[in-house]
Design a binder for this molecule. Structure first.
Ligand code: PRP
Ligand code: HPA
Ligand code: MG
Length: 174
């Protein structure tokens, strides 16, 4: 069956909010450097846009953790598919994610990365779906809280499709 996608958050709203969050992060980290961890694949579009809006010196690393596969439900088992290239010791680190849903991915990732002794570790997410939380996660920066709908676009996929949509949409029929 083909999917119908309706717009939940427009491209303009997403861009405006990323600018705001980028400005807030720049103020909060004034005088410091920030090491961004992009969580692949979903976090890639948000990380690029956010990084451009941060005015303190930024370095980037990438990690791939997967729990959904091609399904719309988490398998509950989080797997590291690609690890970071660089150590975190002595760095101010920010994890950048597209969405916190059940919280399983991020609670796992935070535990793993804390064990690598960064100076600080915070979390920035484009979307937060608090109604679906199974594992508690402290979200430091969030662009939008959304209702319990399966969303796509801006990095988020449905069976690997729609990551490239420039807005956040809801999959209506699947
Ligand atoms: O809070 P949770 O219920 O754990 O869900 C959130 C995670 O699930 C998705 O990733 P996915 O595992 O689908 O991999 P992807 O980023 O490569 O699409 C999304 O990008 C988050 O990383
Ligand atoms: O709503 C969602 N959409 C796409 N991927 C996801 N991974 C967790 N929740 C979602
Ligand atoms: Mg996904």
């Amino acid at each position: 069956m083909s999917e119908k996608i309706s717009v939940l958050i427009t491209e303009e709203e997403v861009e405006r909010r990323i600018k705001e969050i980028g400005a807030k992060i720049s103020r909060d980290y004034a005088g410091k450097e920030l090491h961004l961890i992009c969580v692949l694949k979903g976090g890639v579009f948000f990380t690029c846009e956010l990084a451009k809006r941060i005015t303190v010196p930024v370095s980037l690393d990438f990690m791939s953790v997967s729990s959904y596969g091609d399904d719309t439900k988490s398998s509950g088992v989080v797997r590291i598919v690609k690890d970071l290239d660089q150590p975190l010791e002595g760095k101010d680190v920010m994890i950048v994610e597209d969405i916190i849903d059940s919280g399983r991915t991020l609670s796992y990732l935070i535990k793993v990365l804390k064990g690598r002794n960064p100076d600080s570790l915070r979390l920035c997410t484009l979307l937060d779906k608090p109604d679906r939380r199974v594992k508690e996660v402290k979200v430091d920066y969030c662009c939008f809280e959304i209702p319990d709908e399966f969303v796509v676009g801006y990095g988020l996929d449905y069976a690997q499709k729609y990551r490239n949509l420039p807005f956040i949409g809801v999959v209506e029929s699947r």
